[in-house]
Write a protein that binds this ligand. Structure first.
Ligand SMILES: NC(=O)c1ccc[n+]([C@@H]2O[C@H](COP(=O)([O-])OP(=O)(O)OC[C@H]3O[C@@H](n4cnc5c(N)ncnc54)[C@H](O)[C@@H]3O)[C@@H](O)[C@H]2O)c1
Length: 347
C-alpha cells in the first residue's frame, strides 16, 4: 500500500463531496473538543450529526472499550465494507479511529484530518494505529495507512497553547534527529510559534518529508524507523505513569522529558558529548518549562513498563539515542541501572 502524503485542504466542503463519490457512507470520529471546534463550524451544515461518533477527550480514552463502542456504532449504522471513517482530531482520534476502521469487517478505509500540531506533523502519517491497554501506551495496534491525510490550518485555530507546545516536542525531535542546520536555526528561538505561520508550516513540511522517507524505508519498524522513537522509550513510561496517577501529562511534554533523560543516558554511554547534552537539555527546559518538574522515580512498576515496552527485545532495554543534532543510533542497549542513575542526576 502506498503511503499518502498530507494534502492541504483548500476547500473543505469540496473535498468532502469528492470523497462521497468514492464511498457508500461516511462516518466521523471526533472527541468532544474536535466535535465542538472543528466538526460544528466546518461540517455540520452538510453532514448529519447521526454520522458522528464523539468520544471523551484525552489519551485516557484511547481504549479498547472505546474502539469496541465505535465499531458497534458502525455496525448499528449498517456501515458496509465500502464505508469510510474520517478521523477528525488529534493523535488520540487518528490512533483509535485508524485502529477501529482497520479491524471493522477486517478493514475499511479511513481518512485522517489532523486538528493538533502534533497530529499534523507526526501522528496522522506513517500508518501506525493503536489503543492503550490498562494504561499502557499503544499495546494493541496495527499498521495501516490512511486513504488520505487532509489538513487545514483552520482546524488549528482553537488549539490551546499547551497543545501547540506539545506538538512542538515531536517537531523538535525530528529536527534533532535529521538536520543540524535546521536545529541551529530553531535554537535561536526564545519561544516556539503558537500558530501556523510560515515558519511552523515549513517545519511541518520538514517533518512530513523526513517521516515519510523513513517510513518508506522501514514501514514495519524493524530498523531505521526506530530512530523516531528517540525520547519515547522513557517518554512513554513517564506518560503511562502520569495516566495511572491521574495527573496526565500531554504526550509531547512526556516526550520532551524523555528526550532530556535519554540525552543524559547517551552522554553516560559516551555516545553524546556531555556538554552537547546539557546544551540541548537547557533549550528543552526553556521551551517546555513543565519538563523541568518531571522527575521520575525509578520504581519496580516503572521498570516493568519499560521492559514491557514493545521497543525492547527479550528483556533487554534497547533505545534510539541521539549522538548530536543530525546523527542518531538505533538499538542501543541500555542497562537499567543507568536509567536510575540519570533520574537521580540534576543538570
Ligand atoms: N500513530 C503515530 O504515529 C503517533 C505518533 C505520535 C503520537 N501518537 C499518539 O497521538 C496522541 C497524542 O496526540 P495529540 O497530542 O494530538 O492528542 P489528542 O488527540 O488527545 O489531542 C490533544 C487535546 O487537544 C484537543 N484538541 C484537538 N484538536 C483541537 C482543536 N482544533 N481545538 C481545540 N482543542 C483541540 C483534544 O480534544 C485533546 O484534548 C497519543 O495518543 C500518542 O500516542 C501517535
Amino acid at each position: 500500500v502506498n503511503q499518502p502524503i498530507p494534502v492541504l485542504l483548500n476547500e473543505i466542503r469540496f473535498s468532502f463531496e469528492q470523497l462521497k463519490e468514492h464511498f457508500s457512507r461516511i462516518f466521523f470520529l471526533c472527541d468532544k473538543n474536535t466535535f465542538k471546534f472543528c466538526f460544528t463550524p466546518h461540517f455540520s451544515s452538510f453532514v448529519p450529526k447521526e454520522n458522528v461518533f464523539v468520544l471523551e477527550a484525552g489519551d485516557a480514552h484511547k481504549t479498547l472499550e472505546n474502539a469496541g463502542l465505535f465499531c458497534t456504532f458502525l455496525l448499528e449504522n449498517q456501515a458496509d465494507k465500502n464505508a469510510l471513517v474520517i478521523n477528525l482530531g488529534g493523535g488520540m482520534i487518528s490512533d483509535l479511529g485508524g485502529f477501529s476502521a482497520s479491524i471493522y469487517q477486517r478493514g475499511i478505509e479511513f481518512v485522517n484530518m489532523p486538528t493538533t500540531l502534533l497530529s499534523v506533523a507526526d501522528a496522522s502519517l506513517g500508518g501506525k494505529t493503536a489503543v492503550n491497554l490498562h494504561h499502557t501506551k499503544n499495546t494493541l495496534g496495527l499498521f495501516a495507512h490512511p486513504h488520505s491525510i487532509l489538513f487545514s490550518p483552520q482546524f488549528l485555530l482553537t488549539l490551546p497553547k499547551d497543545e501547540w507546545l506539545s506538538g512542538w516536542a515531536e517537531i523538535i525531535k525530528s529536527v534533532l534527529l535529521f538536520d543540524s542546520t535546521k536545529w541551529e536555526e530553531i535554537n535561536q528561538l526564545e519561544q516556539l510559534p503558537l500558530s501556523t505561520n510560515k515558519q511552523s508550516l515549513s517545519l511541518i513540511e520538514f517533518c512530513w518529508k523526513h517521516k515519510s522517507k523513513v517510513v518508506d524505508r522501514d514501514f514495519f519498524d524493524k530498523g531505521v524507523r526506530q530512530a523516531l522513537n528517540y525520547g519515547h522509550s522513557i517518554g512513554h513510561v513517564i506518560e503511562s505513569m502520569s495516566i495511572r496517577e491521574k495527573k496526565p501529562l500531554l504526550h509531547g511534554f512526556a516526550i520532551a522529558a524523555g528526550m532530556k533523560y535519554e540525552n543524559l543516558i547517551s552522554a553516560k554511554l559516551g555516545l553524546m558529548d556531555g556538554k552537547e547534552a546539557i546544551k540541548i537539555n537547557l533549550l528543552l527546559e526553556q521551551w517546555f518549562p513543565v519538563i523541568r518538574k518531571v522527575k521520575p522515580e525509578f520504581s519496580k512498576e516503572f521498570a516493568n513498563i519499560l521492559l514491557n515496552d514493545k521497543k525492547n527485545k527479550t528483556g533487554k532495554l534497547n533505545m534510539s539515542l541521539l549522538s548530536k543534532p543530525g546523527k542518531f543510533y538505533i538499538q542501543q542497549e541500555v542497562p537499567t541501572e543507568l536509567i536510575e542513575e540519570v533520574f537521580n542526576q540534576t543538570l
